[in-house]
Ligand binder design. Structure first.
Ligand code: BES
Ligand code: ZN
Ligand code: ZN
Length: 461
């Protein structure tokens, strides 16, 4: 697959260059010193406004920031990049962190530079960055941003170009020259293994499911971390077909899987010394004569029986089997899954906060800490027994969803908890993984939310 590329980045120093981007806060910044207390309105800082200040030989783009936090640093990089792209075009500009943490400045600029233009005949050239910071910061930011681009590309790719078999091939190609093992199980293997949750969801499409396992095991005798991602290449809802307005974004129902692929790529590129295994069950959920039906009872990989109440609650079925299979095969230290699992999570937390669920306070705490560091917000919701009751059914051990939509995001998480025994966390990225509009660090479409969080979680231990 042809991946979206990063803009060119060089290193620079001091005040060289003709076009400079500089941050300014209420009481800090080189521009403040140069121009004294230039008359910048109060909301210039609060609202991260940008303004061009021209002097004899230089064009200075001043961007207001509230403080010197990492999040403001990312915003500065992103706003400077976008502002220059819009106002000045594909120019070379000097990005100067000044009093801001340098890594986040370049990370923000690179994340904001993304556009998915591979199917466009005309591709707009991008501004170049001359970064006034360390080589180390640039090298790391390039890997992390590239990983986020990989995740976004996976979600933005049109579904006719991205069905399970092709996804699996893309993963094989991506890791071909890296110290990473990729295994792909086809539809026969999936049935032989008894991964019936994956098989039942996937069998209703002419594009049959694949089970993708990515092993990055650089350390001997260390239990791996297991990352599992929902890889629904297209979610039509199955026999419970989604209506217009709900179908159009569903090529991005693969974003959990995209996060897993991309974060493993980043960890391996950075040479992180930590064993990590990623699993992505990849399916299309389609209506068809051979599709699963409401009322079907499936014997899952771990032996539990599930009654299908709604064929559109498919993500939990494929994840349940991937979690149980991964635990048995790898005996992981802990498990984290990423999934665009429920519309209910968007109702509960909106489009900028992911739902966090966990059987371990320690693991949940680590994820909350990593999220603060990367600026990807999460909020923990309970796995409460009153909602577990809603999944009881007289005909099977559990059903995939209740007839009451109450607590829908929690229902999804509780369903999954039936299939894990190790310390486990579930991130519902239905709202955060895809966006209806351009944001500061991403564009309309797939966001890559969770990639930086996963990398941070694994590297901060
Ligand atoms: N992929 C959807 C969830 C989703 C909705 C993600 C909107 C992103 C944006 C999931 O498979 C689904 O269809 N969930 C149903 C569950 C219901 C049938 C219990 C939902 O959220 O409506
Ligand atoms: Zn669905
Ligand atoms: Zn889905």
């Amino acid at each position: 697959m042809e991946w979206s590329s990063l803009p060119k980045v060089e290193l620079g120093k001091d005040m060289e260059g003709r076009i400079l981007a500089l941050p300014v806060s209420k009481d800090k910044g080189i521009i403040r010193k140069l121009w004294g207390t230039a008359p910048l309105e109060d909301d210039f800082f609060e609202k991260n406004k940008a303004r061009i200040i021209e002097s004899e030989h230089k064009i200075i783009v001043a961007v207001g920031v509230k403080d010197d936090s990492k999040q403001e640093a990312r915003k500065f990089g992103a706003i400077a990049y976008r502002f220059i792209e819009r106002a000045l075009g594909p120019v070379k500009f000097h990005l100067i962190p000044d009093f801001l943490p340098e890594y986040e400045v370049i990370e923000g600029a690179l994340l904001a530079s993304y556009s998915f233009d591979k199917y466009k005949s005309r591709k707009d050239p991008k501004p170049w960055i001359v970064f006034h910071g360390s080589r180390e910061a640039v090298e790391k930011a390039k890997v992390v941003a590239k990983a986020v681009f990989i995740a976004r590309d996976i979600g933005n790719e049109p579904p006719n170009e991205h069905y399970p078999e092709k996804f699996a091939k893309m993963v094989l190609d991506l890791f071909a020259d890296m110290p990473v093992n990729v295994f792909v199980g086809d539809e026969n293997w999936i049935q032989e293994q008894g991964l019936n949750g994956v098989w039942y969801v996937g069998k209703g499409s002419v594009n049959k499911p694949r089970f993708v396992v990515i092993e990055y095991l650089p350390v001997e005798n260390q239990k791996p971390v297991l990352l599992v991602g929902k890889g629904v290449a297209f979610d039509a809802g199955g026999v419970h077909l989604k209506p217009r307005g709900y179908l159009e974004d569903m090529k991005m129902d693969i974003m959990g899987g995209a996060v897993v692929v991309a974060s493993l790529w980043a960890l391996a590129k950075l040479g992180i010394k930590r064993n990590v295994v990623g699993i992505v069950p990849c399916v299309e959920n389609m209506p068809d004569g051979g599709a699963m039906k409401p009322g079907d009872v499936i014997r899952m990989y771990n032996g539990k029986s599930v009654e299908i109440f709604d064929t559109d609650a498919e993500g939990r079925l494929i994840l349940a089997d991937a979690l149980a299979w991964g635990e048995r095969k790898y005996d992981p230290e802990f498990v984290v899954d990423f999934a665009t699992l429920t519309g209910a999570c968007i109702v509960a937390l909106g489009r900028d906060i992911a739902g966090l669920f966990s059987t371990s306070d320690e693991l949940a705490g680590k994820i909350e800490k990593a999220a603060v560091e990367t600026g990807e917000e999460v909020w923990r919701l309970p796995l409460h027994s009153s909602i577990a009751k809603l999944l009881e059914t007289p005909v099977a051990d559990v059903r995939n969803v209740s007839d009451d939509y109450a607590g829908g995001a929690i229902q999804g998480a509780i369903f999954l908890s039936n299939f894990v025994t190790k310390p486990w966390a579930h991130l519902d990225i239905a709202g955060t993984g895809m966006s209806k509009k351009d944001k500061l660090l991403s564009r309309k479409g797939a966001t890559g939310f969770g990639v930086r969080l996963a990398v941070k979680l694994i590297t901060m231990e």
